[in-house]
Design a protein around this ligand. Structure first.
Ligand SMILES: NC(=O)c1ccc[n+]([C@@H]2O[C@H](COP(=O)([O-])OP(=O)(O)OC[C@H]3O[C@@H](n4cnc5c(N)ncnc54)[C@H](O)[C@@H]3O)[C@@H](O)[C@H]2O)c1
Length: 239
């Protein structure tokens, strides 16, 4: 049984045909940046479904601009959804998850959670913060029934680039379209494969899942050459 939440009701229109037959689900309109609404949603899910075994905090957005140029509001938009949304979801469902014999909090970070990319400052900061939140909860929930999975995808073929706010000089000369096309060229893993890897991560009791060969390679290079690899990413991405 799935309890699906999104801020955008349109996203649910195709849900019945996208799910395998026989899967029952409920849909909920939730802005994850609104803590009161997230708390209410958690209560609704338990009332409707009886219990919760897994929460996947997945919603995310990006504002593309340099730290120098970005307006505070555009920084906050990303941080409120990508970090506080994940924190609110983790906290709201934790008491219900603790009631289960075995349960999982799955929080979606990114490769940006261990290596930053230029002109993506709010997203880099939020995804690093999600990684820290995940590791903190792993320490604190060590003796409970709740496990935590930190997911770090590389480029995944989704609408994230098209849904991004491309701002300031990054927006010049049709920057939004150039950003989306560049993303489409490098995003090599499907959303279906990502979901499969998350499920495998849960079944194998993993704490961390890297999605895609790009994520695995970036993880190795970050461990070997933390500063030099970050400098290299900056040089390549700013071309
Ligand atoms: N696509 C990638 O390459 C990639 C890589 C690493 C991590 N991620 C992460 O994966 C997650 C999913 O992103 P995606 O790639 O599917 O992007 P997407 O833009 O295709 O989907 C994001 C979803 O989040 C929803 N959403 C946005 N704001 C919301 C809010 N305030 N409340 C509730 N829902 C909201 C959107 O309506 C949309 O359905 C994000 O956390 C993203 O940061 C994506």
């Amino acid at each position: 049984m799935l309890a699906l939440a999104d801020v955008d009701a349109k996203g649910f229109e195709k849900t019945p045909e996208e799910l395998p037959p026989g899967i029952s689900f409920s849909t909920h309109i939730v802005d994850v940046a609104n803590q009161a609404r997230v708390n209410e949603w958690a209560g609704d899910v338990v009332n409707e479904h009886g219990c919760v075994d897994i929460i996947i905090n997945n919603a995310g957005v990006a504002s593309v601009a340099s730290i120098e140029e970005i307006e505070q509001e555009d920084f906050n938009w990303v941080f409120d959804i990508c970090f506080f949304g994940v924190l609110y979801g983790s906290k709201a469902f934790m008491p219900y998850l603790k009631m289960q014999k075995e349960s999982y909090i799955v929080n979606i970070s990114s490769v940006n959670g261990f290596v930053p990319f230029p002109n993506n400052g709010p997203y880099n900061c939020a995804k690093h913060a999600v990684k820290a939140l995940n590791q903190t909860m792993m320490q604190e929930l060590r003796n409970s029934s709740v496990k935590v999975l930190s997911v770090h995808p590389g480029g995944i073929k989704t609408n994230i680039a098209r849904n991004s706010r491309v701002l300031g000089s990054a927006a010049e000369n049709d920057g939004a379209n150039r950003f989306a096309s560049k993303f489409d060229r490098v995003a090599s893993t499907t959303a279906e494969k990502t979901a499969e890897m998350v499920v495998q991560g849960i079944l194998k009791n993993k704490k961390r899942v890297l999605v895609g060969t790009d994520a695995v390679v970036m993880d190795i290079l970050t461990r070997l050459f933390p500063q030099r690899f970050s400098d290299y990413v900056g040089k390549i991405a700013m071309r």
